[in-house]
Structures are given as C-alpha cells and as structure tokens.
Design a protein around this ligand. Structure first.
Ligand SMILES: Cc1cc2nc3c(=O)[nH]c(=O)nc-3n(C[C@H](O)[C@H](O)[C@H](O)COP(=O)(O)OP(=O)(O)OC[C@H]3O[C@@H](n4cnc5c(N)ncnc54)[C@H](O)[C@@H]3O)c2cc1C
Ligand SMILES: O=C([O-])CC(=O)C(=O)O
Length: 357
C-alpha cells in the first residue's frame, strides 16, 4: 500500500472504534484482550494466535498463585500485579462461575531443607495470600527432611477451563479470534491501529528479543483425588498441586532448552521426588506428562513502543516474559497493558485531530 494511503487509512479507522490486535491466546493474551474490552468498550478487539487452548504453555502450567520474583521489576510493582490478580480470582472463586472457570482456594505448605534467608522467610506476597504463618512443629513432622515451613491458603487455576472461560467472556464481548501466525508486526499495520504483543516465548522470534529465553518445565498430571493440600519445596524444583481434575507433580527448570518432548527419566525422577514428600502418591494413577517453555526474562516486558517505517507509525504494547509466574500476575499485567492501550488511543486521537486542523 502507498504510504500516504496507509496513513489516511489509519486516521479514518481509529476514531469511532480503534482496532486492536492482540497476538497470543495464552493466559496473558486472553486476559489482556479482556481488560482492553472492559476498559475500552468502543475498541474493536481481535485475538490472533497460531495456537489456542489446549496447545499453549499456559495449558501446561500448574496454575498456582505463588509469585516468582522478576529481578528487573521493582518489588512494589510485582506485589501490585499479584494483589490485583489474587483479588480478581478470589472474587471469581467466590462466585457461581467458579467451577466453570476452574478457580479455587487451596491450602498447603512451602517447606525448606535449610533455614531460609530473611526474604524467603517473609516473602513480599505473604500478606496477599491468606493466613500466612510459620508451620508448627507438629506440621513439620510430616516432612522429616525439612527444617522450616510456611502454611498458607492461595488460589489455583485449573488452566484449560480457565482459558476456555476467558475465551467465552471474550466472545460474549464481541471479540473475534483467528488462528494466524504473525511473522512480522508490520504485516498487521493496514488492518489494525494498535498491536498488543502477548506472544510469550514466541516473542523471541517475533520481535527478535534475545533477552527472552525458555526455561523448560516438565510436569506430570496424575489421578490422586485424596491429595488435598499443596506441597512446594522452597528450592522450587519439587511440587505437588492438587486441582479439580488432577494433581500436578513437578518439576524441572532447564534453561535455554527448547525441546517439547517429554523425557522418561525425568518423569521417573519427578515422580520419585514427589513420592518422597507425599508417600501416598505411590498409589497415583493415569500419569500424563506435559512439557512447556517458560518465557523467561530479567523483567516482564510491559511497555509501549511506536514502530516507525517510511513515515508510517505503528503503536505497539508489549506484554510478555512472565517466566514461571504468568498465572500469578496475569490480571495485574493485563490491566497495565490495557492502560497503555488507552494511552496509545489518546495519542492517535491527538495526532488525528491535529491532522484535521
Ligand atoms: C511446567 C510449568 C509450570 C508452570 N506453573 C505455573 C504456576 O503454577 N503458576 C504460574 O503463575 N505460572 C506457572 N507457569 C508459568 C506460566 O505457564 C507462564 O508464565 C504463562 O503461561 C505465560 O503465558 P503467556 O500467555 O505469556 O504464554 P503462552 O501460554 O505461551 O501463550 C503465548 C501465545 O502466543 C502465541 N504466539 C506466539 N508467537 C506467535 C506468533 N508469532 N503469531 C501468533 N501467535 C503467536 C502462542 O500460540 C500462544 O497462544 C508454569 C510454566 C510451566 C512450563
Ligand atoms: O514453581 C512453582 O511452584 C510452579 C511454577 O510456577 C513453575 O513450575 O513454573
């Protein structure tokens, strides 16, 4: 398209109903699209993704709300994201949509083999989860190899139903969803006013982000309905998270490994590690193995960028790089991304009215 024509087209497209394309249909893309329609009802929002549930990293996650720290993001910001996510899902877990959305409270223990550091002892999120307290000596007797532990109640998403619930909310709000792999953000510039990049690990290729790297995670989903409490080793490697339909057993953290094939030796190792924490798991059945690539980054990339090519400008909002904590902070980061979309619309409206003068 001729540059002048393309500029004109953007100016006429954006005013009545700004057209927003959200790339990605994991928990980040879907929740971001939902926050955009909630905060900007006049926007026309489309989700474009090469994969939808059940084929995203978000489908592999345990979906527990326990934050992971992003070294490059200020703690008060991470706490705000977690708090907003917790508050949103707590209300959902307390509504008549809880079972459809697959969101529920779960209580359990985080345990440490050695005395934890002060940061581990009182993590920044301790006053967001419910009833956080040190474990009693009697509770610790369940874990003879561990010295110290924390008991609390948090929330858990059953990931596939939660993603489907988000998709249903989007459809009810008129959001269109198309299967499409985007090779270059510029391919969307004549169709959309604003692009929101929620492509997870896909951003490594899509925007050439070398700071974004996969941390491979393998988990097992097993049938063990008698397990009611979560157990997480503070080293972050071994965990047991009971959900509605299965118990998730983890895990692994393999930096810069791109393989999505399950490794049988790892499966055995995860199972044995979990059984040593919860011996009743030796009776678990129907072991299903899943692998996902955590989109890991020094900090979540949550920012506006205006791309420019031959005099044409393309506003982009990035929201990716949630690493091991996408579920824990998704609603908070989605709200911030929606606010940034609002800023892009205001800037477009400003430049359009100046062009008319
Ligand atoms: C084993 C494991 C356990 C985990 N457990 C937890 C947990 O308990 N709690 C927690 O908070 N987090 C957990 N996580 C982390 C969590 O899964 C991620 O942080 C989260 O899923 C990231 O969501 P996302 O939407 O950014 O990415 P994804 O779910 O990967 O979604 C990215 C989307 O973008 C699409 N896409 C990518 N590139 C393109 C392109 N070029 N064009 C079009 N579409 C594109 C993909 O198809 C996909 O739909 C876990 C992760 C793993 C691997
Ligand atoms: O660390 C946990 O408890 C679960 C998790 O988020 C992951 O494996 O990425």
């Amino acid at each position: 398209m001729h540059v002048g024509a393309s500029l004109l087209r953007l100016c006429t497209l954006d005013m009545a109903a700004p057209k927003v394309a959200v790339i990605g249909a994991g928990v980040v893309g879907l929740s971001t699209a939902l926050c955009i329609v909630e905060t900007c009802p006049s926007c026309s929002v489309t989700v474009l993704s090469d994969q939808f549930s059940p084929n995203t990293t978000s489908n592999v996650a345990a979906g527990i709300l326990i934050p992971h720290t992003y070294p490059g993001t200020p703690i008060h910001v991470q706490k705000q994201w977690f708090k907003e996510t917790f508050t949103y899902l707590f209300a959902l877990s307390n509504s008549n949509e809880a079972s459809e959305a697959g969101v529920h409270l779960v209580s359990g223990w985080q345990i440490f083999k050695n005395t934890p550091t002060p940061k581990e002892e009182l993590p920044f999120w301790s006053d967001v989860v419910l009833g956080f307290r040190p474990m009693s000596e009697a509770e610790l007797q369940k874990f003879p190899q561990h010295q110290f532990g924390q008991a609390f109640t948090t929330l858990k998403c059953e990931c596939p139903p939660y993603l489907l619930w988000l998709e249903k909310r989007l459809k009810a709000n008129g959001v269109q969803m198309y299967t499409r792999k985007v090779a270059d953000l510029w391919e969307l510039h004549s169709e959309y006013n604003i692009i929101v990049n929620c492509s997870g690990i896909g951003a490594h290729q899509l925007v050439g982000d070398e700071k974004l790297l996969p941390v491979r995670g393998q988990v097992l989903k097993v049938h063990a309905p008698w397990v009611k409490n979560f157990i997480r080793d503070g080293d972050g490697l071994t965990y047991i998270y009971p959900g509605i339909y299965s118990v998730t057993l983890g895990g692994t953290r393999e930096k810069e490994k791109w393989s999505l094939s399950p490794d049988p030796d790892t499966t055995k190792d995860i199972f044995e590690r979990c059984c040593s924490l919860e011996p009743s798991l030796w009776g678990a059945q129907d072991i299903e193995v899943k692998v996902g690539l955590r989109p890991s980054r020094w900090c979540v990339r949550l920012e506006r960028q205006v791309l420019s090519r031959g005099g044409v400008k393309l506003p982009v909002v990035h929201n990716y790089g949630h690493g091991a904590g996408g579920f824990s902070v998704h609603r908070g980061t989605a709200k911030e991304a929606a606010r940034l979309v609002g800023e892009c619309i205001a800037a477009l409206q400003g430049s359009s009215s100046r062009a008319k003068l």
